[in-house]
Design a protein around this ligand. Sequence first.
Ligand code: CP
Length: 345
Amino acid sequence: MKKTLKGQSILEAQQFSREILDDLFSEADKMQGVCKFLDGGDVPEEAMHECGDIKAGMAEKKIALLFYEPSTRTWSSFYVAAENLGARVMAIPPARQFSSVVKGETVKDTIAMFCGYGIDAIVMRSDKEGMAKEADEAAHSNGRQVSIINAGDGKGQHPTQALLDLYTIKRFFENELRKDIHKEKISIAYVGDLANGRTVRSLAYLLNKYQDSEKLEFFFVSPSVLKMRDDIKEYLEKKGVKFSEHEKLIDVANKADVCYMTRVQKERLEGIQVDYDFIRSNCSITKEVVKKLKKEAIVMHPLPRDPTFGEIPEWFDSDPRAKYIQQAENGLYVRMALLKKVLLG
Ligand code: CP
């Protein structure tokens, strides 16, 4: 296990240790102060100096955004994060439409080009599981120190989403419940398309890196055709994390501290027939589920949500347990912290 993120690629949630995560999250707290300062807010002198030092260090850093799939949050939060830190950003237009990927160029060749242009980090979203690792191997074979940051690889993982998800859970425990997260038992219901959702996979791994196994309980809630894949279940069994599988959220709604909702990944179903009426009634936030949810639970979602499927209806947005907008905002602080740690240490 590496002791620092400096110069590392960020490929999967399993690569983090509790020590690295605590350090990263404390940096993300500071980044919130930096953002406030950049927005013209009144901040302590220390935060102003911190901001100046970071910008001086980052001025020579070049960060490329290479996205093979659509994105709102991940793309824009990394873009703003890099700009806030004072780095130079090279935003490649959607790769599958406007780059030479259209002409059949391989990831290996694409990454070789970026290495030659003196890029320090490539934030990469891909449509194929394992593509971020392929890019990392290509960067290494060019002998250049380029960090690949996996911004979601097909059905594989989305480690930076898991970082902001865990940061959101930690802040809720510490700031709202006034509890030390490491001393608490956490029950989390992962709901929806668990077969194709990369965010749930990364969060399951990451929580196990951050919390002792006996303090975790996972409820996997999905219709049978969208169940959590075996690799995660085998990993959790090996680590001694208690988990169970369910088809209806109502059955576990009163037990979960965190309800992590997801949309059906229509773009990845590959011929699988999904009963949307079943999902709408059983794997969504309904009035009946809301009545059973703990008063001190939180509802999260990586977003985008799908209005036609309605896993979180808009009427729930004003409920104090709805944390998904704050969750997305936390992505900016966590991604600023991550870029700083990877590029400056
Ligand atoms: N959560 C997430 O990855 O959102 P985007 O697809 O909009 O980046």
